[in-house]
Design a protein around this ligand. Structure first.
Ligand code: ATP
Ligand code: MG
Length: 742
């Protein structure tokens, strides 16, 4: 190292230095995970400031999350010797576009005090408009319609850019018209949604009438830098291009990214943006970084082995100077609780070896997976935080379900009843609500008791009266069932009968399936408690026991949220087919979906510096049903030389290593190592399922453990509707029935 070179250049390798010091003209750093792209970008920012080439407010630097922006801010000021940097344009696309739009709001008919509305408001507004237009909101879920509109916005398409029937059948063929009305309505209330922040700015900047505005911004930003470029959408890309174009001169734009880490396709990101960079910015210098500084050899090789299965990629060389380190651990566990126990025990073991908790992360594919870890960590007192997501019991759908349960357990719980009284929509209007509230206040009654009173009278119109009557009758019935029925079963029944589950099932929005999974997970989790009151007590204690921020904490977050981050030790649980890769993303996007899932696996493994621990279970309890699981195909894609496999006896993979008791199953084939366990029949069936998706067809005679013999009347994937000879229609998992020979 050159003692004369400034500290921010120290330790950078030659191509990194090139990325830092090539300041004129477009630069693309295209490189794999952990090669120091973000570090080079940070040094470049410091370099530009230190050499006086620009003031902080003349540099536009885009990061993917607010957290990343904060980190870059810290890193740069540390590189600059601790001096704080003021006035710079460093942040996410949304934050930066919002800040710009405040200055030009009037050009799109807003004032600078415009509000930014959230998802719920978006959907509510669209729904009102749909109702005004007499569009069936049951058939066309507003949330799903909003999703389509948002994708249009991601592509910078205004209503006027779209042919009137672009939406096809959606919303009765009126989606484009609704989009226009929605935009008009937002304008009327001086508001924007997230998509608008960029969309409005793109409209302003590309409008020849406002050429002066564009010219001002172009003059201002001497340097533009973008991290995680592979995940930009079209609107973001257009905004960048507009700002980067300068008459005559090549733009000083530097983007860094990795096509293998493009994981937001489902949200409108276009990996094409990175592949097209050279064409869009002629004369661009492409810099490749090949040395990975983050991970040990085995971790890097394992990640590279998985991503090599993708066809659609540029392909890159990656090598690490670091030790091989420990092989990636692959663990097969019996079920979800065993997996959570295993992870917690490993964390405690690491802790005793001196590892810091804030260098440990648990990265999950789906939000519902966090619950089991939260519970286990709570029980053991392992400090942890959920990043980029809510704690399980704070999620809206869980709060709703808990509100129902609270009213069942304790009818006078007004707060709970208020929360769900009209969820799902029961058509209870303001007048009806006011009537009961007034009565409750006047007589000092709880809402529940007031309703029970009022439905006996003629105070209300027949319709709301019937609705209230039914609601009270439902709650009375559920409360009564509590005496005879398991609280888990009751909860499942309540979620069905109340229409709450159906509300989410009818909802086509991208987050609805996750909410349904969370609800099922809630039922699963309740099984650990003796009774409903026990469970509710537990929840209120957990909710209160929010961890403080002053101690080191294990991070629990989704793989999507972990992009760009690194930890010494990373746990990657739930590597089971259907969960990861997610069945939904494969169903919806086929091979493309699978490849995006695989990139997610690559992102996950490459977050680890020293230890990566992948796990899968062979039994998942979902919604009170045991479902057999097979290890993810990504487990099979891990290169043998770089992993070390062990499984609890009776689990696929047992016998591949001697780490745990493999019960004498020495064979190497995973399928051959299944142990004799009480559920051996269902495991055999799991194998059948893996061969043919639907082992049963309509008309099959089957026997179920609890319900006895019956006839299959409908097959819905792994779910069967069965007319039981005794006991009527039931929906069961096919893993719990066996063919009936008669
Ligand atoms: P990702 O694709 O995951 O976002 P990245 O390419 O942005 O990764 P960084 O996060 O910048 O990679 O760097 C990964 C790790 O390697 C960091 O801990 C960083 O400090 C370290 N690192 C980067 N460059 C060097 C270098 N030249 N010498 C030593 N360490 C480095
Ligand atoms: Mg990075």
């Amino acid at each position: 190292e050159n003692p004369m070179s400034p500290p921010y250049l120290n330790g950078l390798n030659p191509p990194q230095r090139e990325a830092v010091e090539t300041l004129d003209g477009p630069v693309l750093v295209l490189a794999g995970a952990g090669t120091g792209k973000t570090r080079a970008l940070t040094a470049r920012l410091a370099h530009i400031l230190m050499t006086g080439r620009a003031y902080p407010n003349q540099i536009l630097a885009v990061t993917f999350t607010n957290k990343a922006a904060g980190e870059m801010r810290e890193r740069v000021s540390a590189l600059l010797g601790g001096q704080p940097v003021e006035g710079w344009w460093l942040g996410t696309f949304h934050a930066l576009a919002a800040r710009m739009l405040r200055r030009h709001a009037e050009l799109v008919g807003l004032t600078s005090a415009f509000t930014i509305i959230d998802d719920d408001d978006q959907v509510r507004l669209l729904k009102q408009l749909m109702e005004q237009e007499n569009i069936d909101t049951k058939k066309w879920a507003p949330r799903a319609m909003m999703g389509i509109i948002s994708r249009w916005k991601d592509r910078a398409r205004l209503p006027s850019d779209l042919p009137p029937h672009e939406g096809g059948e959606a919303a009765g063929g009126k989606l484009v018209q609704l989009y226009a009305q929605y935009q008009a309505r937002l304008k009327a209330v001086n508001a924007c949604d997230f998509g608008d922040l960029l969309l409005h700015m793109v409209c302003i900047l590309r409008d020849p009438k406002h050429a002066d505005v564009l010219a001002d911004w172009q003059r201002r930003f001497r340097y533009i830098m973008v991290d995680e470029y592979q995940d930009t959408n079209i609107a973001q890309y257009m905004w960048l291009r507009l700002l980067a174009q300068r008459d005559g001169a090549a733009a000083n734009i530097c983007c860094v990214g990795d096509d293998d880490q493009s994981i937001y396709g489902w949200r409108g990101a276009e990996v094409g943006n990175i592949l097209r960079f050279e064409q869009d910015f002629p004369g661009a210098k492409i810099i490749r970084l090949e040395q990975n500084y983050r991970s040990t050899g085995h971790i890097l090789a394992a990640a590279s082995g998985v991503i090599a299965h993708n066809e659609d990629r540029l392909g890159k060389t990656l090598w690490a100077d670091a030790d091989d380190g420990e092989k990636v651990a692959v663990r097969g566990l019996w079920d979800g609780p065993a997996e959570a126990r295993f992870v917690a025990e490993e964390i405690e073991a690491l802790q005793t070896k001196g590892w810091s908790l804030d260098q440990i992360a648990v990265l999950v594919r789906a939000g519902f997976q966090t619950r089991e870890f939260e519970e286990r960590f709570n029980a053991l007192g392992i400090p942890h935080k959920i990043v980029g997501g809510q704690r399980f019991y704070e999620r809206a759908e869980i709060r709703d379900a808990l509100a129902y349960l609270r009213v069942i357990a304790q009818p006078r719980d007004d707060l709970a009843l208020e929360r769900i009284i009209n969820v799902p929509k029961r058509g209870l209007g303001d007048v009806a609500m006011k009537t009961v509230v007034t009565h409750a206040r006047a007589r000092n009654l709880s809402l529940y008791d007031a309703i029970a009173d009022i439905v006996e009278t003629d105070e209300l119109k027949p319709k709301p009266r019937d609705t209230f009557r039914r609601l009270i009758a439902d709650f009375e019935r559920w409360r009564g069932l509590l005496a005879t029925m398991a609280h888990t079963e009751l909860t499942a029944q309540m979620l069905d009968e109340s229409g709450y589950m159906a509300m989410w099932q009818a909802d086509q929005s991208p987050d609805a399936p996750g909410r349904i999974e969370n609800l099922r997970e809630l039922v699963t989790g309740m099984a650990e408690f003796e009774s409903l009151p026990d469970f509710l007590e537990h929840v209120s204690l957990v909710m209160e026991n929010q961890s403080r921020n002053d101690t080191a904490q294990v991070t629990i977050m989704t793989l999507h949220g972990a992009k760009g981050l690194e930890f010494d030790c990373v746990f990657l649980p739930g590597w089971e087919d259907g969960l990861f890769p997610s069945q939904r993303s494969m169903d919806e996007n086929g091979l493309k979906g699978l490849e995006e899932e695989r990139r997610l696996a690559y992102v996950g493994i490459t977050r680890a510096r020293k230890r990566a621990i992948i796990s899968y279970v062979s039994n998942r309890l979902t919604y009170g049903n045991w479902v057999n699981a097979l290890p993810s195909r990504f487990v099979d894609e891990l290169p043998e030389d770089h992993i070390e496999v062990a499984a609890e006896s009776g689990v696929y993979g047992a016998g591949r290593s001697s780490h745990w008791d493999s019960s004498g199953f020495g064979g190497s084939s995973r399928a051959a190592t299944m142990a004799q366990t009480p559920v051996v029949a269902t495991q055999t069936l799991a194998m059948r399922q893996s061969l043919s998706d639907h082992p049963y067809v309509r008309g099959d005679r089957v026997r179920h453990d609890t319900f006895g013999a019956g006839t299959v009347v409908n097959v819905d994937g792994a779910k069967l509707d069965i007319a039981f000879d005794k006991g009527g229609h039931k929906r069961v998992m096919d893993s719990f029935v066996v063919p009936l020979e008669e």
